[in-house]
Design a protein around this ligand. Sequence first.
Ligand SMILES: Cc1ncc(COP(=O)(O)O)c(C=O)c1O
Length: 462
Amino acid sequence: MLASMDRWKTIIEPFRIHSVEPIRMTTVAERERALEAAGWNLFNLHADDVLIDLLTDSGTGAMSRDQWAAVQRGDESYAGSPSFYEFRDAVCSLFPFRHIIPTHQGRAAEKILFSVLGGPGKVIPNNTHFDTTRANVEFTGAEGVDLVIAEGKVPSTIHPFKGNMDLAALEACISSAGPENVPVVMVTITNNSGGGQPVSLENLRGVRAICDRYGIPLFLDACRFAENAWFIKTREAGQADRSIPDIVHDIAALADGMTMSAKKDGLANIGGWLAMNDDRLAEQCRNMLILTEGFITYGGLAGRDLEAIAQGLREVVDEDYLRYRIRSTEYLGESLVRGGVPVVRPIGGHAVYIDARAMLPHIPPLRYPGQSLAAALYREGGIRGCEIGTVMFGRHPDGTETPAAMDLVRLAIPRRTYTQSHMDYAIEVILWVAERAQQLRGMRIVEQPAQLRHFTARFAPA
Ligand SMILES: Cc1ncc(COP(=O)(O)O)c(C=O)c1O
């Protein structure tokens, strides 16, 4: 017998709307002016000028009634706030690591971890480093190496766990760098920069075995752990009857620690944490925390933020929520596939990734097809997506530039925020632009910073 909601094709949001935020309608002419003022970089837009904001799923979701109630319980004591213990216990109920260190968001956890473990000559493997992870690794002088399986680099290849680490490549990387130069192996679940694709339990066990062989700790970048656990439940043999928290426990038990952005599967607007079992490492990280974030029981967050995360963690492992979350993302993706739009498949957990390189073969990667497509979706329909390609990853620390592995436009879906009719509108706009893809032109960069250029660079039509 199918679970009750699986009988029906229509996906309903498992919530009613309790308070609304108006969306300001704009015209193409207004959006053209906004684009020009923003230097064709959608990060520079005023959010008021955006109709459907799919720039990121990070911190942009709607909090629940119970999270807002928890915010009211927030205790703002500088040290030892009850809100910290509420937060710590909620984290430990899913990830029972010995040390839970709150941070203001994910990259702060990365900054602290790599400040302690990184440095010149060190090599840090990952399935695919997210941009802030790579930047924090490289900032210490260490090298970040991406070792996702070959299927994970081909947008059209179907594979249930395209975020998996290439185990042979991991072993080869460790032997060639020398295990003493690999202070940690990271695995990102789900693999955001590789299309929001999940990692299987079996693959994590394989990574663990290699780490054990060389005595190297394994850390998770676990921003979307609940979505990853849902994919394990629905795709991995033998997992279908298990609860999501049980699967998360298995994931946690395979790792020595984690970095986390609570702005994703914490269902909160801000926050994160760093967790680990190693006492000495934890002490070093806490010293850095006090230097850069705040005291060890708040780490850059208000007590109310810690409460919102604690409640968010209880809600994110709910199966009705996860079924809706994954199916509604799939709905957007499958509708684009039916319309002939090339997208990364299978559809990821938090986002649909349009393959801009395949859609715009007349624009070479160094003329940024992803940036051109993202600008066109905004111009035509007020939809804000995010280039994940040569703008984001093409520039190297020595200033040289090469095409990234893929040129994608990510349409990230904020959690519990948009309805199916918002998605139907987005689908209509994207199909309209896709039919006229030949008319789009490339872009050139007129101004850029040395690091993380995609956030602030300015562009002009090439
Ligand atoms: C996989 C991954 N790691 C790390 C981060 C960084 O988290 P934050 O934005 O909270 O600093 C993100 C955020 O988008 C992410 O997707």
